[in-house]
Design a protein around this ligand. Sequence first.
Ligand SMILES: Nc1ncnc2c1ncn2[C@@H]1O[C@H](COP(=O)(O)OP(=O)(O)O)[C@@H](O)[C@H]1O
Ligand SMILES: [Mg+2]
Length: 235
Amino acid sequence: MKPMNADSVAVRCCNVEKHFGEGDSRIEVLRKVNLEVNTGGLTFLVGPSGCGKTTLISVIAGLLDASAGEVELFGSNTARLPASERILFRRRHLGFVFQQYNLLPALTAAENAAVPLLAAGMKRREAVDQARSLLCRLGLESKSETFPSKLSGGQQQRVALARALIHEPRLVVCDEPTAALDHTTGDSVMALLSSTAVRPDRAVIVVTHDSRVYHYARSILHMDDGHILKTVEYP
Ligand SMILES: Nc1ncnc2c1ncn2[C@@H]1O[C@H](COP(=O)(O)OP(=O)(O)O)[C@@H](O)[C@H]1O
Ligand SMILES: [Mg+2]
């Protein structure tokens, strides 16, 4: 059953293009990408290696500028904001989960998960306390004070998920979050992502090429050679 407040459009791409380099070395990576991503479920972005998935989500998340076209997040075109406001928007409203976790080795699990709150100016103790309780909900209660090097891959990915969710962002972007994990661990991270990240007011984009986890998707964007071939919705 759909929630009372109907899902809304979180991300809209209109004719988004991206190239790298110029002249003979110019390569076209995104070719007029058009898509919409709704709140309230997991949207998967799937396609062969090298087809442009990471580039596309980097453009959506504002880590890269599009060469042409428009990206709207929750109705506003953030590319038109001054640089300082774009950074604040990203810090406040976006969460990232990377394939290789990207945890800071000198920080404990709780400190890593607290980074977005610390960046937003929250006092350290309060931020780390909040991170501990989120880690607890993610099944890592005994690992809060552990350093990343002493955690398994699945545990590190859970910490990375906590870091992506702790500041309650409106858009969560995950780039092949289970690619470095074995199937069972990958499935449990995906189940956790599906149960903790999905909210009526939040959109979650997951890049994957693991068809074994497709059943978690509410919609799947199929990408090849720099554009979206088709979108499949699951009721
Ligand atoms: N910074 C860059 N400079 C030049 N080429 C790039 C850059 N980033 C990505 N590419 C190229 O763009 C294509 C798509 O890359 P990517 O978005 O990483 O694909 P995917 O995530 O689907 O594997 C690849 O051919 C890659 O080599
Ligand atoms: Mg990639």
